[in-house]
Design a protein around this ligand. Structure first.
Ligand SMILES: [Zn+2]
Length: 88
């Protein structure tokens, strides 16, 4: 049994925001984020912005924004990691 993450700072809330919007958090963490958003105006408007952005992206494209972003990052990492031979 693991304890839900306690949100003390906006940073913590924002770190969980993506998972929160994707519905990937368990109930306790979900409630924790909701509680912070209810109290924190800046995080709330950030969450609203992300939510609207997601809705729009889902509406417009077939490409999932998050996985596209991730594959782009992976591509960059592979490029840089593969570029230089490791000296042993
Ligand atoms: Zn906040």
């Amino acid at each position: 049994m693991h304890e839900p993450m306690k949100i003390k700072r906006c940073e913590d809330a924002l770190r969980m925001l993506a998972a929160h919007l994707d519905g990937e958090l368990d109930e306790a963490n979900h409630a924790e984020v909701e509680r912070h958003l209810a109290r924190c105006k800046s995080c709330y408007s950030r969450a609203e912005f992300e939510r609207r952005l997601r809705a729009k992206l889902t509406e417009v494209g077939r490409v999932e924004p998050r996985s596209e972003f991730q594959s782009r990052i992976r591509h960059l990492i592979e490029r840089y990691a593969g570029g230089e031979p490791t000296s042993d």
